[in-house]
Ligand binder design. Structure first.
Ligand code: SF4
Ligand code: SF4
Ligand code: SF4
Ligand code: FES
Length: 948
């Protein structure tokens, strides 16, 4: 194996209808008008020497190395900044050019440390390459003059170093930070000889605005910005293209390796979701894969208060099989169930639901989407006929006006956030609907046209008020609605939203959003050109989550914003494979491909293949499993890659349910919080240790490729298969590609998916079948999957969770860029330097009323429970609203979230909890108890040795 080489074309690709033909070094070449001479030369295989140009950023023309001669033109223009012209005759290699280039290189090298042999970038340095390319043999200026070679390094960032002594001031890093990432953290400070890259005045990288996306490191042609891991381990010698296992953007990376050791993750330019970009998590936060906390051997214990006992895999499997069969014999077939993982691959998820349906004989399977995007599945399927977003990420490049509602892309979906920001800087308009002033509302060169800071829990009212304006002001796209939607349902809906009780003026009273802003935003969305809606958990995690999804779908249909690039309804899915886990039949009422378990024809397909009779009764959802456990009828569970104690609402109820079970099997990388209640622990494998596929938020099926041997000995799909064998099922998959073949054979939207096709195309978006062999980037072109689009009535019903004298504030929750979900992975990386604890954001006014200062410990209390954390006083949140993240188990924010949930899907109402905030001296009694309990149950014994 070798490193996957990517060609740097020097300047970005140009898309133009007109083609221009020219001659370069005697060869004819035709390229789109506007292409640089450098790129045209690269297209025909001629590498023009370059330093300041790279194809991820616009050309700058500062190094003067890429000079060319053009017949009939004076001088030696830079090929990176000179566009091609029809009939042009260009020379890239002449004696004059060679002389000039050597001179340029001599100047660079005379002010560069000559430590190539010991430099971390040795072998991967463009300055070194260019010295070779121009045939540099001597430096006439000597090395004695004034130089930068003694400048001090900035090693503050945990993942990369900045060594200004090696900087050639090409500004590639500055442009990458601006154009690719959109953070504008870097500048060139000083002038002339004194100019140097700087992350802000007198700041280090760590204290600056830098968000550690790595774009500058990737763009840097020298060792000036370099990954610490490369310095420590050395240059990688082979690489494998795979997919990030963090969020639903699904970025493609080259995992660059030395032997079995991962050296760095380099975003892959051909990755269709990320187009060569990354965020701090995928780029740098992979150290958890080899963290010492990983459990590598199966463990069993009779009672959850016993210490763990390491056992062989065989013993673990036969123990689980006999326990599960005992429970079913004693309490009935439905007394056990399982939870699939949205962090695992499609193939693994498919196997877990198959194990439950074919092996347990019931439909008691659920997944984390229950607590995040289940309303998306339900709402979009009802409106359009498919449970997924309608666009690809590229679509944002053709958007004119964007609504971001209940999502914080720059933190939650950072690479998409950067792509969105790029489009906004290019002129697209922006409406943000969020209780909190997220970064997008105002960031460098971006200002939202409207920010509607609604009171948590009033999404339905505000989105319906937008529709009210559109309908009553005659802004409906009637042609679209007549062509593609059910007209009589539209009329019914239009009469509903036109009712004065949905007017912005009425809605202002309950949402707190000024009526003028609602009116302005509605007009902008309806008349601003291509309109796209992006939303997240701030929409779904409500008692009316499904209603808001339907209201969003109504809005898109009424304005004709579906079925072409630049528009659409785009749920930003949370976990890397939450779309996939839903597609694979992880819900208790649906077989793979969202087909109801009561559908006989679908059941027959699986029954024939699996050789079993399947239940036609929907099984239990996670909350119902826990309820049934408390009631004594549900006794055993297999949980793959999900920490429900930390991630599900009303922690006390979750732990009571788990405590009531007789056999809890946790299959995970680490002893997570749920493992405190487990009887069997099966070690899991990371995304680096297995083959498979993930499906991202744009329905894109990306390959996950094994780059190292599983440290625990088995990939997760192998573990599930062995468990199935122990339960008497005759499974014989030798590779995940065989599981995908079964998925394709049974699931119409995956019918055309094979590993060969994925390898050939890089990725495909489902549906992928005979009609769309290369996949479907945009859904519902020329008509909806369900036939006619369905307008739904979206009556606003206030949540039962009310503020009052005891709990006067509303708590809402979210994520932060550097941490991920319950933090099991990111807390085991250096990312903790940016977020060591969850903090409670509180408005200065509310803080002052309670005598609180920034950094004070506060007690956060709801009717469900209480926790303690430190305050962050900020006007990002409105008065009356407090906000926190949920990444740290000690905070256990879900102790205080309630058991209210979405009417259609049971998705918990995480985003609205009435709370009180009061000064505190430190962690609460409950947290102290929790800390002790966790320490106790984590004791591990090896064989029969006594517990430590
Ligand atoms: S790591 Fe990213 S955010 Fe930080 S300076 Fe580099 S490009 Fe900018
Ligand atoms: S740090 Fe690297 S990319 Fe930035 S100006 Fe210096 S050499 Fe160029
Ligand atoms: S944006 Fe998401 S998928 Fe991409 S690198 Fe970051 S965490 Fe990974
Ligand atoms: S590469 Fe063209 S001027 Fe530097």
């Amino acid at each position: 194996m070798s490193l996957v080489e990517e060609i740097d074309h020097g300047t970005p690709a140009v898309h133009a209808d007109v083609t221009v033909s020219l001659t370069i070094d005697g060869q004819k070449v035709s390229v789109p008008a506007g292409t640089s001479i450098m790129r045209a030369a690269m297209d025909m295989g001629t590498k023009v020497p370059k330093l300041c140009a790279t194809d991820s950023v616009k050309a700058f023309g500062s190094c003067r190395l890429c000079l060319v001669e053009i017949d009939g033109r004076p001088g030696t223009p830079a090929s990176c900044t000179t566009p091609v012209g029809e009939g042009m005759v260009v020379h890239t290699q002449t004696e004059r050019l060679k002389r000039l280039r050597k001179g340029v290189m001599e100047l660079y090298i005379s002010d560069h440390p000559l430590d190539c042999l010991t430099c971390g970038a040795n072998g991967d340095c463009e300055l070194q390459d260019m010295a070779g390319a121009v045939g540099l043999r001597e430096v006439r200026y000597g090395y004695e003059g004034e130089s930068h070679t003694q400048m001090a390094k900035d090693q503050s960032n945990p993942y990369f170093d900045y060594d200004p002594s090696k900087c050639i001031v090409c500004s590639r890093c500055v442009r990458a930070c601006e154009e690719v990432q959109g953070t504008f953290a870097l500048t060139i400070e000083g002038r002339g000889f004194d100019s140097r890259v700087s992350p802000g005045a007198h700041e280090t990288f760590l204290t600056s605005e830098c968000v550690s996306c790595g774009a500058c490191v990737q763009a840097c042609p020298t060792a000036t910005l370099i990954e610490k891991s490369v310095v420590e381990i050395g240059q990688p010698e082979h690489s494998v293209v795979t997919t990030c296992a963090y969020c639903g953007v699904g970025c493609s990376f080259k995992a660059e390796m030395r032997g079995e050791e991962l050296v760095r993750m380099v975003p892959w330019k051909d990755g269709k979701a990320n187009r060569g970009h990354s965020c701090v998590k995928g780029r740098f936060a992979w150290g958890y894969a080899t963290h010492r906390d990983r459990v590598l051997n199966p463990m069993v214990r009779a009672k959850i208060t016993d210490p763990w006992r390491e056992v062989s895999w065989d013993e673990a499997f036969s123990h689980i099989a006999s326990e599960f069969r005992r429970l079913q014999n004693t309490y009935g077939k439905d007394a056990i169930g399982g939870i699939t993982s949205s962090r695992c691959t499609n193939e693994e998820t498919y196997l877990v639901q198959k194990l439950i349906r074919a092996g347990f004989g019931n439909n008691n399977v659920d997944t984390c989407a229950r607590v995040c995007h289940s309303p998306t599945g339900f709402g979009l399927k009802t409106a359009f006929g498919t449970s997924a977003g309608t666009q690809d990420f590229d679509s944002v490049e053709e958007t004119d006006v964007v609504i971001v509602i209940g999502a914080n892309p720059t933190d939650g979906h950072p690479v998409f956030g950067s792509r969105l920001k790029k489009r906004l800087r290019a002129g697209a308009r922006l409406i943000v609907i969020d209780p909190r002033r997220i970064d997008l509302v105002r960031s460098p060169h971006i200002k939202a046209d409207y920010h509607l800071p609604l009171r948590p829990g009033t999404n339905v009212a505000v989105v319906t008020a937008l529709a009210h304006v559109i309908v009553t002001e005659g802004l409906v796209n009637e042609a679209f609605v007549r062509d593609y939607c059910d007209w009589s349902e539209f009329e019914h809906w239009a009469a509903f939203v036109a009712d004065p009780r949905h007017s912005p003026e009425e809605v202002e009273k309950l949402s707190g959003v000024p009526a003028d802003a609602i009116r302005g935003a509605a007009r902008l969305f309806a008349t601003g050109g291509n309109g796209a809606i992006y939303y997240g958990l701030g929409v779904t995690e409500h008692s009316q989550g499904t209603t808001t999804v339907m209201a969003i779908a109504n809005l898109a249909m009424a304005t004709g914003n579906l079925g072409r690039p630049g528009v659409g309804v785009n749920p930003l899915r949370g976990q890397n494979n939450v779309q996939g886990s839903c597609d694979m039949g992880s819900f208790p009422h649906e077989l793979p491909g969202y087909r109801h378990v009561s559908d006989e024809a679908t059941r027959e397909i699986f029954e024939k293949l699996w050789g079993v009779t399947l239940s036609d009764e929907p099984g239990l959802r996670i909350p119902n499993m826990l309820d049934a456990a408390v009631d004594g009828t549900f006794k055993g569970i297999y949980i793959q890659g999900e920490d429900i104690v930390q991630s599900d609402p009303d922690t006390h109820h979750v732990t009571a349910g788990l405590e009531a079970m007789e056999c809890v099997v946790v299959h995970d990388l680490f002893l997570n919080e749920t493992a405190n209640y487990a009887h069997v622990f099966l070690p899991g494998s990371t995304f680096l240790e297995k083959d498979g596929t993930f499906t991202n938020a744009e329905r894109r099926i990306n390959r996950v490729r094994k780059v190292m041997t599983p440290r625990n000995g088995l990939a997760d799909w192998e573990v599930t298969q062995k468990l199935a064998l122990a339960l008497g099922l005759a499974w014989d998959y030798r590779h995940p590609s065989e599981i995908m073949a079964e998925i394709a054979a049974t699931t119409p939207s995956f019918a055309g998916v094979t590993y060969d096709r994925l390898d050939a195309l890089g990725s495909v978006q489902w549906p992928c079948n005979d009609k769309a062999p290369e996949g479907t980037p945009i859904m519902h072109i020329g008509g909806f999957a369900r036939g006619k689009g369905k307008f739904m009535i979206t009556e606003y019903v206030a949540t039962d969770e009310k503020t009052g004298p005891r709990f006067p504030l509303l708590l809402t929750t979210g994520r932060i860029l550097s941490q991920y979900n319950v933090g099991a992975q990111t807390r085991r990386t250096a990312n903790t330097v940016w977020h060591e604890e969850d903090r409670l954001e509180i408005h200065p006014h509310d803080a002052e009323n309670r005598g609180l200062k920034d950094g004070d410990w506060v007690r956060l209390q709801s009717r469900a429970g209480e926790t303690t954390l430190r305050a962050l006083v900020t006007d990002r949140v409105a008065p009356g609203v407090v906000y926190t993240t949920f990444h740290h188990p000690l905070t256990q924010v879900n102790v205080i979230t309630t058991d209210y949930s979405d009417w259609a899907t049971n998705c918990p109402e995480y985003k609205v909890t009435a709370v009180q905030v009061a000064p505190s001296n430190g962690p609460s009694e409950w947290q102290e108890h929790y800390r002790e309990h966790t320490a106790l149950s984590r004791r591990i014994t090896s064989g029969n040795e006594a517990a430590e």
